[in-house]
Design a protein around this ligand. Structure first.
Ligand SMILES: [Zn+2]
Length: 152
């Protein structure tokens, strides 16, 4: 769909996918867990986005915290436009093993049923509450996000 030879080497180019309510809560959790600091350039107080390693078009890794980072919009754009920057950043932040796991998972057949998406949504609502409570208690810096059970 709109994928050209030009963006074949840029795995996240051409993504003009709709953001659903599951993306929304997932993105919120990823950014809150990173304490609203870009995991690439470490700046904060600027616009933060949720950046995926494997594209959102792969449903089985779309809502997996091992496949996403909090990134400022500048770094997000840069890593979307340059495959080298993308690989370098995700390798550094997530490690090669996690990246390989996400690659395999994303390529495996399988879909998410409605009830599974709902379980994911519930999970992230809980995670958001847990992380925000930790922030209220003064916790700063990165907090690990639990992977939803249906994705394990
Ligand atoms: Zn950045």
């Amino acid at each position: 769909m709109g994928r050209t030879a030009t963006n074949a080497s840029r795995p996240n180019m051409g993504d003009r996918m709709k953001i659903d309510k599951y993306d929304k809560i997932f993105s919120q959790v990823v950014r809150e867990a990173a304490d609203w600091e870009c995991e690439i350039c470490h700046r904060s107080n600027i616009r933060m986005e949720c950046s995926h390693d494997r594209s959102r078009r792969y449903v089985l890794t779309r809502y997996d915290p091992r496949n996403a980072i909090c990134s400022c919009s500048g770094c997000h754009r840069r890593t979307t436009e340059s495959a080298d920057d993308h690989v370098e950043s995700f390798r550094r932040i997530k490690g090669s093993e996690v990246r390989q796991l996400m690659r395999e998972l994303s390529n495996s057949r399988g879909r998410l049923k409605k009830f599974e998406r709902e379980a994911i949504h519930k999970h992230y609502k809980r995670e958001l509450g847990r992380i925000k409570a930790l922030r209220m208690n003064g916790k700063v810096g990165k907090i690990e996000v639990e992977v939803p059970e249906v994705l394990l």
